[in-house]
Ligand binder design. Structure first.
Ligand code: SF4
Length: 749
């Protein structure tokens, strides 16, 4: 927002920011009133996003022009000194371009004295039914966004433009368009009427806040800088972080949720210190938080407080209840026995590069100190998708070779990025599927973050590996803060052409960051091993190790090998370019068919992987997941038992969830109690109904069974016949080409 002609003028981004954080709106009000200067945010990563955004917009413009559409570009007239005059001139030019019937108006500007807006594109639609004031045509708004999915904020922003556009052209457009990022270059088309009512209500609330008779104050009196997603891009972030630290705000407690903060603050527990000193149980109990979850965050605050009061780094082991054995499925018990062939893995990825992102470095450390850096560079030495495919294949082949030499080795990493990236790369290039599957299924990949979270409590505000390093005395050779993040350094390299590149040691520095990460992972593993000894000493119990790894089923491997051979024939990179932009339509079709051959299997796998991940979480942890429901409490049966089953109603705390239409519901506690059973044994009932407003769910279950405390949905589709038909088609195309004369014409077209 800004003052123009002495009056506040708002933009769509102000409305979006208001919905993300009301404190931000109040800070902007204070700045408008001259009470505080708006800070500048110097963030190289945001600069990269901005630059990528401009490139995406330019590409969409080129696509429109390639279709032969006439384009009028609106530019702010820099010769006009007054901002209001600039906007009025650009808005008048936009109206003139529409009245003149241009196919596309680029950088369309709206200004009505209260709202200003800059839509990326207005697209002309010829339609006698929806006539504008200029004739049988009107305009629709298209905006470019780097995201791969349409976000609510993007729709709201476009609705704000439509509000102005409707006023000017005299008719509401039927559709709005969002040109998304990524190589798929998807343009989502959404019906305007589905969103305008919500937009109007949000806009009116925003305007009411801005018209508030209570004068702006600094710092704002009625709002608080609760951390939200928008903080990552907000110019006020440094100020808000300071405020929270000065206030000893609850958000400083590692792992506390916004919901828990809200409930505690309402009960007068508003600081880390107050929570750390809180006596339990609370009476009455804390709304929406189980006793275990409350104890967990209280203990986390307590140890942070102890660290602060004693000026030392503190940790404590999470011990089993008195008289109970050590859970073999959790924490330190999940660490496999160290083996000489163990490897430590860390990936560097850039989500912005090459449209769909690029994992540009795969670093692996061996226990003899040998470091391997697999860079995503192709034969010419440039970073490219082909280079990424080669690096991924080389990495997987390296793992394969090492596993043959030492079948007992494990690959350690910190946090779930590495397995997620390996799955993604397997899908992206349709290669090394069996290798990735075996790593995951046989438990070769070991996430040390999970082991840390489940085994100890430390006086840190976050359990990032860098924060944990003080406990095992690891000192980095390269401080990332010296040269910005690895992504920024990598983008600098990409941006500059041959000859202009930064000094030769630029990539070496990135490699050194990565090397630090894998060495740190190695040191952490060794420290956790010493904690196993400590745990055994403190409890007097043997700390279990995970069981022997399973073998890959033979029949599945054969089927996969046949499919894989066919995929490699169809998508042979010596014939079909790896970069989608370089493929002919026939090559694109053949490549797509190759990817489809493994699609059902990959989708099933993704479902199973996600299912098992959820089944390893506690009821409280599931509250923060977007699929399952955690924190269930029985209310009572809602009907008489029928054929040995009865529908029960459960209440649950407010949370995001999406159960879909599952075949069955499963309960993680059953898996924890019987981890060796088949998944069917963990089922706890069938979904009957869910009421998101009342926060209740109805489950048909066996009346004598223990009540579920959480439910995880699972649906697996029967796709055997689809897979066979696709394989038949793939074999035919491999022999005759995608465009050859013969059967399956409609599918191939
Ligand atoms: S940094 Fe976060 S809390 Fe502060 S104003 Fe911005 S969005 Fe709100």
């Amino acid at each position: 927002m800004q003052l123009i002609d002495g009056r506040p003028v708002f933009a769509a981004t102000d409305l979006v920011a208001y919905l993300a954080c009301e404190h931000l709106t109040q800070l902007e009000r204070a700045s408008l009133a001259g009470l505080v200067r708006r800070p500048m945010r110097d963030d190289p990563e945001l600069d990269i996003i901005r630059k990528r955004g401009f490139q995406h917009e330019a590409r969409y413009l080129a696509d429109l022009e390639a279709e032969g559409r006439t384009t009028v570009e609106i530019e702010l007239d820099g010769s006009l000194e007054d901002r209001g005059d600039q906007l009025r001139a650009a808005a008048a030019e936009t109206i003139a371009a529409m009245a003149g019937g241009a196919d596309v108006v680029y950088q369309a500007t709206f200004f009505d004295g209260t709202w200003r807006g800059h839509a990326d594109f207005l697209l002309r639609v010829d339609s006698p039914e929806r006539r504008s004031i200029w004739g049988p045509y009107h305009y629709e708004v298209a905006d470019t966004k780097l995201a791969r999915h349409v976000k609510a904020s993007a729709i709201l922003q476009i609705c704000s433009y439509i509000d102005q556009l409707e006023r000017i052209q005299g008719v509401r457009p039927e559709w709005l368009h969002v040109a998304l990022g990524g190589s798929a270059r998807t343009v989502e088309r959404l019906r305007v009427d589905d969103y305008m009512a919500y937009y109007r209500s949000a806009r009116d609330r925003f305007l009411a806040t801005m018209a508030d008779q209570v004068a702006a104050t600094y710092p704002p009196a009625g709002t608080y800088p609760e951390p939200v997603e928008h903080c990552d891009v907000c110019r006020w972030a440094a100020e808000c972080v300071k405020r929270r630290r000065d206030d000893d705000h609850l958000s400083l407690v590692a792992g506390i949720s916004a919901r828990q903060r809200g409930a505690l603050t309402e009960r007068g527990v508003g600081t880390l210190e107050a929570l750390g000193d809180l006596a339990l149980p609370m009476d009455p109990r804390l709304d929406g938080t189980s006793a275990e979850a409350l104890e967990r965050i209280r203990d986390q605050a307590r140890i942070q407080l102890e660290g602060r009061r004693t000026g030392s780094n503190r940790y404590e082991l999470l011990l089993p209840e008195a008289g109970q054995p050590i859970d073999p499925e959790r924490g330190l018990a999940t660490l496999p026995p160290p083996s000489p062939g163990d490897l430590f893995l860390d990936l560097e990825g850039d989500p912005f590069a090459f449209d769909d992102g690029l994992d540009y470095l795969f670093g692996v450390m061996e226990t003899d100190g040998t470091f391997h850096a697999f860079w995503s560079r192709d034969d010419s030495g440039e970073f490219s998708l082909d280079g990424e495919r080669r690096a991924f294949e080389a990495l997987m082949d390296f793992f394969d070779e090492r596993l043959r030499a030492d079948p007992d080795l494990h690959i350690y990493h910190y946090a779930p990025y590495e397995p997620t990236a390996l799955k993604r790369l397997m899908g992206r290039y349709g290669t090394r599927e069996e290798g990735v599957d075996n790593l995951l299924r046989q438990g070769t990949l070991v996430d040390l973050l999970r082991a840390v979270r489940q085994s100890l409590r430390a006086s840190v505000e976050s359990y990032s590996i860098k924060k944990m390093e003080v406990f095992y005395g690891f000192e980095r050779e390269i401080d990332l803060r010296d040269a910005g993040s690895s992504i920024v350094a990598f983008e600098q390299w990409l941006e500059l052409g041959e000859g202009e590149r930064p000094a030769a040691d630029h990539l070496e520095k990135i490699e050194a960051y990565n090397r630090d990460d894998v060495v740190s992972t190695w040191r952490l593993r060794d420290w956790l091993e010493t904690l196993r000894v400590e745990l055994a000493r403190e409890t007097g119990l043997a700390v279990p190790r995970p069981g022997v790894r399973g073998e890959a089923p033979e029949r599945l491997s054969e089927e996969l090998a046949r499919t894989q051979a066919l995929v490699e024939r169809l998508a042979d990179p010596s014939v079909i370019p790896v970069d989608p932009a370089e493929r002919t339509p026939e090559q694109a079709g053949q490549w797509l068919l190759a990817q489809l051959l493994g699609w059902h299997r990959r989708e099933d796998k993704a479902t199973w992987w996600e299912f098992f991940r959820h089944m390893d979480l506690t009821s409280d942890q599931l509250i923060d997941e977007s699929g399952p429901i955690g924190g269930l409490e029985p209310i009572g049966p809602i009907e008489e038992p029928i054929k040995g089953k009865q529908v029960w109603r459960y209440r649950f705390p407010d949370q995001e969830f999406d159960l879909g239409r599952p075949d069955k519901l499963y309960e993680p506690r059953r898996k924890a109690e019987n981890p060796g059973d088949k998944p069917g044994a963990w089922a706890c009932g069938e979904l009957v109904a869910v009421d998101p407003a009342a926060l209740t769910v109805d489950v048909k279950r066996i009346p004598g069974d223990p009540h579920p405390t959480a439910i995880v949905p699972l649906t697996i589709f029967q796709t055997g016949q689809h897979r066979e038909r696709l394989r038949d088609l793939g074999l035919w195309v491999a022999d005759h080409g995608i465009d050859g004369d013969g059967p399956g014409r409609a599918v191939r077209d």
